[in-house]
Design a protein around this ligand. Sequence first.
Ligand code: UN1
Length: 498
Amino acid sequence: MVQEYGLFFNGKWHKSEGKRFDTRNPATGEVLATFPMATPAEVAAGIKAAKGSFEKWRKTPAPRRGELLLEAARIMKQKKEELGRVVTSEMGKVIAEGRGDVQEAIDFYTYAAGEGRRMFGETVPSELPNKMCLTVRMPVGPVGLITPWNFPVAIPGWKSGAALIAGCPIVFKPSSLTPLCGAKFVDCLDEAGFPPGVVTMLTGSGSNVGDGIVAHPDIRAVSFTGGVDTGKHVYESAAKKMIKVGLELGGKNAIIAMDDANLDLLMDGVMFGAFGTAGQRCTATSRLIVHERVYDSVVGELVERAAKLKVGNPLDEKVDMGPVASADQEKKVLEYIEIGKKEGDKLLTGGNKLRGGVYDRGFLIQPTVFATDRKKRLANEEIFGPVLSVLKAKDYEDAVAIANSVKYGLSSSIYTNDLRWAFRSMQDLEAGITYVNAPTIGAEVQLPFGGTKETGPTDTREAGTTALEEFTYWKTIYVDYSGRLQKAQIDTAKLVGG
Ligand code: UN1
């Protein structure tokens, strides 16, 4: 029996009037569950419940809110294996990464819970006597969280952890490819005991439910992770209401391999960075920029290693790479492979959909490597799949110029043992994240996460202490306990000598 889910608001699951859609396993085609496309009235009901809970939630002391987050983390930890399997079954990343996805949410909830006992503001000296000035963080109100399918528990975890600890009720719309992960995550929050209304989950299309959430007058901030075009649309719509918006969009992340790099270490990093999650991370290594002096040996080794990766059912612990997440993803990746061939890029390995037997039911594509140059589409456009583009560079300056030549700026990396290149690259690479001697993926939750250029506006960062910025505004408070009217900027002369 395939389970039929409803919509979660006001502390329980509700039946929906909306049409239904299936969520499927991308490795086998099996239907896992069905979900509703929330109707406009249901979107409104969910947001109303969120709004109704705001006063009580914002007045709940932040350390108490933190206790609920910690309880949710404990529940997720207890269910880690089950949740990890749901991630892998619904989205297709290998099971070790499925567990990692859940761990990232556990980690962030644990981290954010502690923020409930910090959430520091400032005390600032006043220019007048017997007067005190301070700043406190204020939650903006109910917030919309629109999340992608590639980290179907981790990213809802980042966004909701920050919003909830800040005192904002959440209206969460998971990707239509991974609503089951969303529902399992929400079940953990429900079990932890968040008050009714504080957690809402609505499913459906971006153009109806997503847009409906962003445009609703009671939604006071939006956090979106996904494609650049949708991100721009969300930004515009949010601007009309003057609300805060956090956007984490595309990437075309490069590893630079200098001629002194440890090649074994480099190869391990490239395999994980390019083919982990079948290349479907915003932070995936999609370009490898190699110093010309080591180019031939790097390419030789790369082709050998990529061809050896075992592609198959991601629940099998021995499999290195699972399917891409959907038929649309598969189509897009195969189209890019054709584009590469048409533009004259050299296909070094892979390039095909896997067929025959069990492969026929899943969206499985070979790990693919192309040799290309900076003018080509494969060197510039985000593919979001297991396709790595290799480029040759003359020296450090050339490598950085290639790395910076794309419109995105999320993650970056350099492999070198030379301090000059390592330290210069930290300043020179146009990206929100730079790794030295590690691949472009693998961000940790206690540090800021985000990019520059078309990856998204630089004024917000997810994770780290910066996570609160997305969901709070600063209130400045002046307390005058002099017992008389004191005028800033005007009474200054009188102050001399007291
Ligand atoms: C993403 O790809 O959208 O850096 C998020 C990483 C992860 C998060 C990636 N921890 O690989």
